[in-house]
Design a protein around this ligand. Structure first.
Ligand code: TYD
Length: 133
């Protein structure tokens, strides 16, 4: 399974906490894009796609949600609910996000610019693309 949870170093004192994310240092790729998801509600699922060439780190800045990660053979569930843990998702991983808390805030760091052509949004096509690798 091409994913892992990364514990971020926290600089904390009586004023609060700070986490620094740097490309090719504690983030294992060059960061080309940042996007965030907010104003979520529990009723809807998101994601349901894979990427051939994209790596991402996702952090739940506030609230929680569940990720389903699938490499075509195995399916695993991971909860994101802390701002000091990043979920790294590598190439060729199907992901679904669900069970969002109200107002969950997800920040996503990505290794590539947005390119819709690079998305695989059909699960059967995803399975086919894995076999052809
Ligand atoms: P979508 O892929 O449905 O979000 P997710 O699967 O991560 O929940 O994206 C929602 C819309 O936002 C869709 O029209 C594409 C657009 N979008 C961009 O324009 N740039 C981006 O970097 C991303 C992630 C999405």
């Amino acid at each position: 399974m091409n994913y892992k949870l990364i514990n971020m170093k926290v600089f904390g004192d009586e004023r609060g906490k700070l986490i620094s994310l740097e490309g090719n240092k504690n983030i294992p790729f060059d960061i080309k894009r940042v996007y965030y998801i907010y104003d979520t509600i529990p009723d809807f699922e998101r994601g349901k796609h894979a990427h051939k060439n994209l790596e991402q780190i996702i952090v739940a800045m506030d609230g929680s949600c569940q990720f389903v990660l699938d490499d075509g053979e195995k399916r695993e569930e991971v909860w994101l609910n802390r701002p000091d843990i990043g979920l790294y998702i590598g190439k060729n991983m199907w992901r679904e996000m669900r069970h969002f808390s109200y107002g969950c805030k997800l920040m996503v760091l990505a290794s590539e610019h947005y390119n819709e052509k690079e998305y695989i949004r059909d699960y059967q096509k995803f399975l086919g693309s894995i076999k052809n690798d």
